[in-house]
Design a protein around this ligand. Structure first.
Ligand code: AMP
Length: 135
């Protein structure tokens, strides 16, 4: 995709701090890291998000993410990591080329991305049933 910033990194049209690449996957440092060592794992072929990409490619990206995450954790002395991918503006997606974030986590790093809510068990059951129907 000609106007995709990640495709431009793959094509070396713009700089990227690349950590790893093979025929299918590229891993590079996030330009505005959430934590020290934050990097991104992308397929070389352009797909907007995890739903748009074919299953074999998603599998490859996830396996690379797992492998790289352990290396990142070790490299920066992290105590764990958060893996995530966004789909859609509502989820906060800003670059529409499938990517998994590897976000190293440190004890007491204060990063709290999720707010939990109290909810009636009946409502949980209704939502679960709706999801089952959409499988
Ligand atoms: P998302 O909000 O899930 O779409 O994440 C996009 C990520 O891409 C953000 O964490 C950005 O900081 C990162 N990003 C955007 N442009 C670049 C770039 N040129 N090089 C590296 N990371 C980038």
């Amino acid at each position: 995709m000609s106007n995709c910033v990640f495709c431009k990194i793959i094509a070396k049209e713009i700089p990227g701090e690349v950590i790893f690449e093979d025929d299918s996957v590229l891993v590079f440092m996030d330009i505005k890291p959430v934590s020290r060592g934050h990097c991104l794992v992308i397929p070389k072929k352009h797909f907007a998000d995890v739903v748009e990409a074919p299953e074999d490619l998603v599998t490859m990206v996830i396996l690379a993410t797992k492998r790289l995450a352990l290396a990142v954790e070790k490299a920066v002395g992290a105590h764990g990591f958060t893996l995530s991918t966004n789909r859609g503006l509502a989820a906060g997606q800003t670059v529409f080329h499938l990517h998994f974030h590897i976000i190293p986590r440190f004890d007491n790093d204060g990063l709290k991305p999720w707010t939990h809510h109290e909810i009636e068990p009946k409502t949980i059951s209704e939502i679960a049933e709706s999801i089952r129907k959409n499988l």
